[in-house]
Design a binder for this molecule. Sequence first.
Ligand SMILES: [Zn+2]
Ligand SMILES: [Zn+2]
Length: 175
Amino acid sequence: MKCPACDHELQPFTVEKLTVDVCRNGCGGIWFDWFELQKVDEPSEHIGEALLKIEKSPEIAVNYTKKRSCPKCKNVIMMRHFFSTQMAVAVDECPKCGGFWLDAGELKQIREQFASEEDREKAAEAFIEKKFGAQLDKRKKALQQKSEKIDKAARAFKFLYPSAWIPGKQEWGTF
Ligand SMILES: [Zn+2]
Ligand SMILES: [Zn+2]
């Protein structure tokens, strides 16, 4: 596989049961297959430590603004997005195979963000509350108002059509 950032040949790198592909002596980036990154994205996952020291060449300058192709899939451009709701680290993810490309130093930043999966979830919840909380409240209110309107309409309807009303039999005529 070729490095998506600098075109160097990626090399397999194994730590215990995990094998990733690294751009050693190139840009120092790491390719994680689907679900591999989750095994090392927290500081308690000690095997990730070995991945923080991939040797990189000082001569290679990476263009971070360029879109990158997945090193594994043919002709698939990776999506760049923030790895967490803290929006500190932007990573490349392949929409097809689910792999992640991390530039040199990004794994370290990701590992420093959350101590555990629980912390990560808490941060995500707080983010959603902060970002969409006001909107959610508005929606709830709109729904409430709508059901109140329906209630009023139902009451009005009952008034217009009392239960004793039989079509055509009322002396006051039909509606
Ligand atoms: Zn590279
Ligand atoms: Zn892919």
